[in-house]
Write a protein that binds this ligand. Structure first.
Ligand code: PLP
Length: 388
């Protein structure tokens, strides 16, 4: 059976051109960029070339790009780096209730270290209000961290409007763009952010490599202590092959982003429209301000996990929420935050589309899922009581 992968927000396959670009850096060009001999210099050149590519993709300066070991590390670095370097100025951080756990757990950690965190609510479409950000800023505020696009419901935040507010208040602004880079154009100066996280494995690059963009002049403490790599901001021998792969993935995304986002939003809308024909189905997230590849729907009277397993038996791979929380029995914190009742949140599916999805694959989901839901609902006593 040919499987259909609709979980690109969890991770993407590595693009064949990315693999080709990476391969030499595992054997013939295996040097350590800190070594002064020819092998080292060859690796260093590849590292700096990659930095230039990523900087040009984000519209940043070259020295504002710091390679990290993941998107999670970039988020941890952004929050802890700013918090510990600026605690003499204030101890207040603002974020939102729908952030990825990489941000939320770091905030909890910082709370234990004496920082105060305001978790802003979102509206029913998953958007943070710039006005609420403005109101939450106090003289103690040092950092605002609001994600660019949500990994579960795909809602795209008004980052440019928020940055105008943080700039006027003299507060640093970080955005987690892990789900955004590669899907919609991202330019750090247009956005006005001071820090931005991304992760290679969400845009057809390898796992275990990310970037933290740090605007020049941002006061940060370094995150991993050791050698002098990454201008002393992040110690450890660089993952040269991974970084080369990340840069190639960014370069490819740059050339394909416009056509791909149009193609994917077409497939996304077809899937949404088709599935909304099912009774008791609700779209989660913003109807328009959403990632071109994200579909998140709740179906009453069925469990997300049962739908997921039944789809898997038919060769269709989707997720009940974010990959990181799919082993968690709690309903999604994002769905609860947008006001989805807990029982309904349990009946949610996330489809995230990507480069290799085709229209016949969407047709197949539209044929299979209604049948699965019908079968599961036929076994549910809750449906009968609602209808009678
Ligand atoms: N932030 C968001 C919004 C994500 O979706 C993810 C991964 O799913 C991360 C951060 C973590 O990235 P990584 O898997 O590279 O650690």
């Amino acid at each position: 059976m040919k499987r259909i992968y609709l979980d690109y927000a969890a991770t993407t396959p590595v693009h064949p051109d990315v693999i080709v670009a990476m391969l030499p850096y595992f054997n013939e060009k295996f040097g350590n960029p800190s070594s002064i001999h020819a092998y080292g210099q060859e690796a260093k050149e590849a590292l700096e070339r990659s930095r230039r590519t990523v900087a040009s993709c984000l519209g940043s300066r070259i020295d504002e790009i710091v390679f990290t070991g993941s998107g999670t590390e970039a988020d941890n670095f952004a929050l802890e780096g700013v918090a510990f370097a600026n605690e003499h100025k204030g101890n207040h951080i603002i974020t939102s209730v729908i952030e990825h756990h990489a941000v939320l757990e770091t905030c909890k950690f910082l709370e234990k270290r004496g920082f105060k965190v305001t978790y802003l609510p979102v509206d029913s479409t998953g958007l943070v209000s710039p006005d609420e950000v403005k109101k939450a800023i106090t003289p103690e505020t040092i950092l605002v961290s609001i994600m660019y696009a949500n990994n579960e419901i795909g809602s795209i935040q008004p980052v440019e409007e928020i940055s105008k507010i943080t700039k006027a208040a003299g507060v640093y602004f970080h955005t987690d763009a892990v789900q955004t880079v590669g899907h919609i154009p991202v330019n750090v100066n247009k956005l006005g952010v001071d820090l931005l996280s991304l992760s290679a494995h969400k845009l057809y690059g390898p796992k275990g490599v990310g970037v933290l963009y740090i605007r020049k002049g941002t006061k940060m403490v370094s995150f991993i202590h050791g050698g002098a790599q990454e201008r002393r901001r992040r110690a450890s021998t660089e993952n040269v092959a991974g970084i080369v792969g990340l840069a190639k993935a960014c370069e490819l995304a740059g050339t394909e982003i416009d056509t791909e986002s149009i193609r994917l939003s077409g497939l996304r809308d077809k899937l949404i429209k088709g599935l909304q024909q099912i009774e008791y189905c609700h779209l989660n997230g913003h109807p328009e301000r959403r990632l071109p590849n994200n579909v998140n729907l709740s179906f009453e009277f069925v469990e997300g996990e049962s739908m997921c397993l039944n789809l898997d038996l038919e060769g269709i791979c989707v997720s009940t929420g974010s990959a990181c929380s799919s082993s968690n029995a709690e309903p999604s914190h994002v769905l609860l935050a947008i006001g989805v009742p807990p029982q309904q949140a349990y009946g949610s599916l996330r489809f995230s589309l990507g480069k290799w999805n085709t229209e016949p694959e969407i047709d197949r989901v539209l044929e299979v899922l209604p049948r699965i839901i019908g079968k599961l609902r036929a076994m549910s006593p809750l449906v009968k009581s609602k209808k009678s």
